[in-house]
Design a protein around this ligand. Structure first.
Ligand SMILES: [Zn+2]
Length: 81
């Protein structure tokens, strides 16, 4: 049988808990950054308000729902905060 001091057991338990919270915090922060990068590719059609994604920089976008052509300047004006 392994004999462990109570203080040592509490210290190990707290270190494990704190390191688990730290690892989860780092993981969710990196996940949050990746979600924000994905939302930067979201575009909204000013005609039908359909939201779609485009990963390419173009001068003209085509809405997949109403098939209208959208100028990139129009979209950038609406997405600026
Ligand atoms: Zn549209």
């Amino acid at each position: 049988m392994i004999k462990i001091d109570l203080n040592f057991a509490i210290a190990v338990y707290l270190c494990f808990s704190i390191s688990l919270v730290f690892v989860l915090w780092v993981f969710y922060n990196y996940y949050k950054v990746s979600v924000e990068m994905e939302t930067s590719h979201l575009l909204q059609c000013p005609v039908c308000t359909h939201i779609f994604m485009s990963f390419e920089e173009q001068e003209l976008y085509k809405c997949p729902q109403c098939h209208s052509y959208i100028n990139a300047r129009q979209i950038k004006i609406q997405t600026n905060k």
